[in-house]
Design a protein around this ligand. Sequence first.
Ligand code: HSE
Length: 307
Amino acid sequence: MKNQVRIFSPATVANVACGFDVLGFCLDSIGDEMVIRKTSEKGIKITKIEGYDLPFETEKNVAGVSALAMYQDLNPDCGFEIEIYKNIKPGSGIGSSSASAAGSVFGINELLGKPLSKSELTKYAIKGERLASQSEHADNLAPAIYGGFTLVKSCNPVQILELPTPPDLFATIIHPQIEIKTSQARAILPKQVDLKDAITQWANVGSLVHALHTDDYGLLRAALVDVIIEPHRKELIPHFDELKKQVLNSGALGCGISGSGPSVFALSKGKNFAEKVAESMTSIYSDTDIAFEVHVSKINTEGIKLI
Ligand code: HSE
């Protein structure tokens, strides 16, 4: 059996406009790399972190926390070292903590001969995600682990539905280089919502799921609307309204906040539109003094993988 694996743990977009805490999809071109190694000494150690300044203490690192939860339950007769090569900036809104939390449990599972299912890996990864956001949600973890579009039916017990990916769908992401902590972006949300808004939102979620099943890009366009969360969180993202207007004018099917922000995503039919959207995003933020990155990505239907 292998003693070491190197993995690619992808960035993800959670919420997908209307599906707060339940919908997500997986990106192709952005992600972290991690190396997980078996050791004769028992326990979980984080031995290397490159890219960003994150804690080495196992209990304070999301990758360490998810690995420990799995390790304590499985109690194997070996230990594991984790190296993290972080490309996804923490607090960027494209699933940085989820990539780490999913990566460690995926890697350990590979080294133990895959005793756990994707759903069990998600259960342990949720423990790491909880450290970062102070709440249990799996809408970034599920697409990282399963690939494609996912719907989190329930976190406890974990029940993830894999949704189809229409073949021509492309994502464009702008990541303004400011940090928004998920816990902060959750704290500003209202505890109650209007029934009228709830009806609009669940009609949109149902329509989005149907659109993915039927490759109905027109319905997808109509469904990519968030009337509950975006009105509050957009205040945290400079130039959001202007950005969204330009993105939709460029032909995107829809545009919204990626996870808890500050990244903003758009979905388009075909790579040409996705690239036009990237130009619009670039032109809006080029007029500001905020540094930013723009990515165009296929939807990654494979998810986390060995490299
Ligand atoms: N659904 C989560 C949120 C994703 O929007 O707060 C970020 O972790």
